[in-house]
Design a protein around this ligand. Structure first.
Ligand code: 13P
Length: 268
């Protein structure tokens, strides 16, 4: 059976311990009968509340951080290492999110160092890539994504390649309620597969999951995930709504357990 990935990126939310506890109560309620089959669910929580999430997430839901620093320890004011994250029960980390590129001015080189350090420390790495509206308007989306991915993967040793998940998040689709067509998503997925294959070979490229992110809702899963042959979704706003997040998990599970209906990208 195929396993779909459902990752909620809570960004800079919720904003208090009480709000975190309310969110976790509702999320546990959503999954009170256990997690649906065929879906790997992860929540990427803000640093100050990681420990609260580690103890409060429903059984079986993975915990991710939203950023990490490349050094292991030392004089790096404000930074957080992979070892610290692992110590708190974190199993994966988002790297290169467009909001980090934009607000924290993260460069491809920073992102490459973060991806390499996190993978070497044993964390799963959700590597975010995606073109701007201008790049898409000028037909440069494939080049933009291939360049970001090539740079980001350059430092990751092959032995850790299977710790990578790629999330394709067109910047113009984040927080806008605009989504690409399935054909547009699929064509970038093929670019991603090729870039991963160039770095790590075909077998690994087939094993590296590719997710779509940007204005995903349960009702848009057919276009953003299934018809585009994606391996799951990275969800922002709607992951803050536990019953909507639960609906997405159920829809992904239904698709996974239906079997035989997953488009095979190699035949497209
Ligand atoms: P939205 O789902 O709110 O558009 O955010 C997507 C995102 O940035 C997930 O990382």
């Amino acid at each position: 059976m195929k396993t779909y990935h459902l990752i909620g990126n809570l960004k800079m939310n919720p904003v208090s311990r009480d709000a975190v506890d309310r969110y976790l109560d509702m999320l546990r309620h959503e999954f009170v009968d256990g997690l649906p089959e065929g879906v790997a669910i992860t929540v990427a929580a803000p640093f100050p509340y990681l420990e609260r999430f580690a103890s409060g997430l429903p059984e079986g839901v993975g915990l991710a951080a939203q950023d990490v620093f490349w050094e292991g320890e030392g004089a790096y004011t404000g930074e957080v290492s992979s070892a610290m994250l692992r110590d708190l029960g974190v199993s994966s980390v988002l790297v290169g999110h467009s909001e980090r590129r934009r607000y924290a001015r993260e460069s491809d080189d920073d992102i490459a160092k973060k991806a390499a350090a996190a993978a070497e420390a044993g964390l799963g790495v959700v590597l975010c890539v995606g073109e701007t509206a201008e790049e898409r308007a000028s037909g440069r989306e494939a080049d933009a994504v291939a360049e970001q991915l090539g740079a980001a993967l350059s430092g990751v040793p092959s032995v850790h390649a299977r710790r990578i998940v790629v999330a394709y998040e067109p910047r113009w689709a984040i927080g806008t309620d605009r989504v690409p067509t399935p054909e547009e998503i699929l064509s970038v997925r093929i670019v991603i597969r090729r870039a991963v294959a160039e770095r790590f070979g075909h077998d690994t490229a087939e094993a590296v999951p590719v997710l779509y992110g940007g204005s995903v809702r349960a009702v848009s899963l057919p276009e953003t995930c299934f018809d585009a042959a994606m391996d799951g979704v990275l969800v922002g706003r709607e992951s803050l709504v536990p019953d909507e997040f639960g609906r997405m998990a159920c829809a992904l599970s239904e698709r996974a357990t239906a079997g035989g209906t997953v488009p095979d990208i190699d035949r497209i």
